[in-house]
Write a protein that binds this ligand. Structure first.
Ligand SMILES: Cc1cc2nc3c(=O)[nH]c(=O)nc-3n(C[C@H](O)[C@H](O)[C@H](O)COP(=O)(O)OP(=O)(O)OC[C@H]3O[C@@H](n4cnc5c(N)ncnc54)[C@H](O)[C@@H]3O)c2cc1C
Length: 443
């Protein structure tokens, strides 16, 4: 009899798991259950829907005929219980599915504000396609909005609403944007661009209450007593893995579902991947959440292969996140926010050096008014980097960081004041590649 696979969650981890299973087992019966009425789409793309840069249909990167080729059953529904003793899952529809291998890929949900007034009409978050639609509908009727939250999604909300000609008031608790990741110069670059687009940034501001009139948002009151009139409040204050199913069936949890290096949970035959899973970070030796699109895809694929019987070890990769901060393409690689370790030295270069012609510039874009790079240099390797604007350096840097390449031969030169770091890095990469090629030729 062919194996039966059930996957809970039709996000990128769930879909990649189907691909992983099919790589190993072309015949097994696969059922994917997802409760999002829109099926599978790009959640990072929701930000571009808000700004109007893409249409909704462009977010559905997997056309129906491609999904069909995977030869799986895609079921719109909600799983209400996992029954490990019987190897079944129950759906709210009453249907029951039997499995030999189960994957939990239920993702994470956006946290909601719990301030007084947060249930008023006009209080929104950006978690899924329906949220994006609700924001767009709300923006049409709104003159001003307050945005709350310190990370990328909050920024996307601010940009999206500003692009829809809504006056945006962006509340930041501290004295700068995303201070635990960006350095001060980088925060100021982002803030200046937002302000240029008409966003009013309120530093040291904390939401105390959302004021309503006739059940709708009419304004906010801040902790210092000041008030701002607005028609919408948009928040992005963090995410929480969806753990209810895993908790109810007795899986071991921490902040997410604990998995081993094969992405199997504490119950044999049940796997977890994506935003819901905690995975091993070889850098720290601890299990961590890794809530990124590419990580969810890679985990889903590896989990799928493991479910089908091929043993594939998955360890957390060096983070590599390409995003946009106030319209500025930004790649964040590895460790960038630290600086506590004395052996780590940060070096920064701006427009005085051009890295536009860097080889391997797979994402090269020109025409940015700002170009900026920051490297975190460890004792004998690069630990992280931020590339803002022109992306010519991001792939060479990623390779050096991810492959933990020994940079001892170039470290002193990199740290010289005003050193042309792009040139040093790209020529070092070229030397290494040439060395590897001649070694291979002489074998
Ligand atoms: C606005 C936004 C912007 C983002 N931008 C970026 C970015 O720039 N770069 C980046 O790397 N990442 C970004 N992310 C994060 C990225 O989208 C996630 O890391 C990724 O989608 C996680 O995939 P997943 O498959 O684990 O979970 P999800 O995409 O959350 O999919 C899980 C699915 O399971 C469904 N589900 C849950 N419970 C059940 C149940 N009981 N029964 C049936 N179905 C269920 C959920 O409804 C959901 O559809 C962004 C996310 C958002 C929301």
């Amino acid at each position: 009899m062919s194996a039966r696979y059930v996957i809970i969650g039709m996000g990128v981890a769930g879909i990649a798991a189907v691909e992983g299973i099919r790589k190993v087992d072309p015949l097994g019966e696969i059922t994917v259950v997802g409760d999002d009425p829109h099926g599978f789409y790009s959640r990072p793309g929701l930000a571009y829907l808000l700004t109007g840069e893409v249409e909704g249909e462009h977010l559905f990167a997997y056309p129906p005929h491609e999904l069909h080729k995977l030869n799986a059953r895609f079921l719109r529904g909600r799983v209400s219980r996992i029954l490990p003793a019987e190897c079944t899952v129950a759906l709210t529809s009453g249907e029951t599915l039997a499995y030999d291998r189960l994957l939990i890929a239920t993702g994470a949900r956006a946290l909601k504000l719990d301030t007084a007034g947060s249930d008023l009409a006009g209080v929104v978050k950006l978690d899924d396609f329906d949220d994006a639609r609700a924001i767009l509908a709300g923006a049409k009727k709104s003159r001003s909005a307050v945005v709350v939250g310190g990370g990328i999604t909050a920024l996307e909300l601010a940009e999206g609403l500003a692009a829809r000609r809504v006056k945006v008031h962006y509340l930041l608790r501290g004295d700068r944007y995303w201070g635990n990741v960006l350095d001060e110069a980088e925060s100021r670059i982002v803030e200046r661009r937002l302000q240029h687009d008409g966003v009013a940034i309120h530093f040291h501001s904390q939401l105390a209450e959302i004021i309503g009139r006739k059940g709708r948002v009419a304004g906010v009151r801040l902790a210092d007593g000041t008030s701002i009139r607005c028609d919408m409040v948009a928040s992005a204050i963090g995410i929480a893995p969806r753990l209810d199913l895993a908790r109810a069936c007795g899986l071991k949890l921490d902040r997410g579902i604990l998995t081993d290096e094969f992405l199997e949970t504490s119950l044999p035959g049940i796997f977890a991947a994506g935003d819901v899973a905690e995975i091993m970070d070889p850098e720290t030796g601890r299990r961590v959440l890794d809530s990124l699109w590419d990580s969810a895809r890679e985990q889903g694929f590896a989990a799928g292969m493991n479910m089908a019987g091929k043993r594939v070890r998955y360890l957390k990769a060096v983070p590599f996140n390409v995003t946009r901060l106030a319209g500025l393409t930004t790649t964040i690689i590895g460790m960038v926010g630290g600086g506590r370790d004395e052996d780590v030295i940060g070096i920064v270069r701006g427009d005085s050096e051009s890295w536009r012609q860097a080889p391997e510039a797979t994402m090269a874009q020109t025409g940015f008014d700002v170009n900026h790079v920051r490297l975190m240099v460890g004792r004998d390797r690069l630990l992280g980097g931020i590339v803002m604007g022109d992306q010519g350096l991001s792939r060479p840097l990623e390779a050096l960081i991810r492959e933990r390449v020994d940079i001892t031969p170039i470290r002193a030169r990199l740290l010289e004041p005003g050193a042309p770091i792009a040139e040093i890095i790209t020529s070092y990469r070229a030397d290494l590649a040439a060395g590897a090629a001649s070694a291979a030729a002489s074998d």
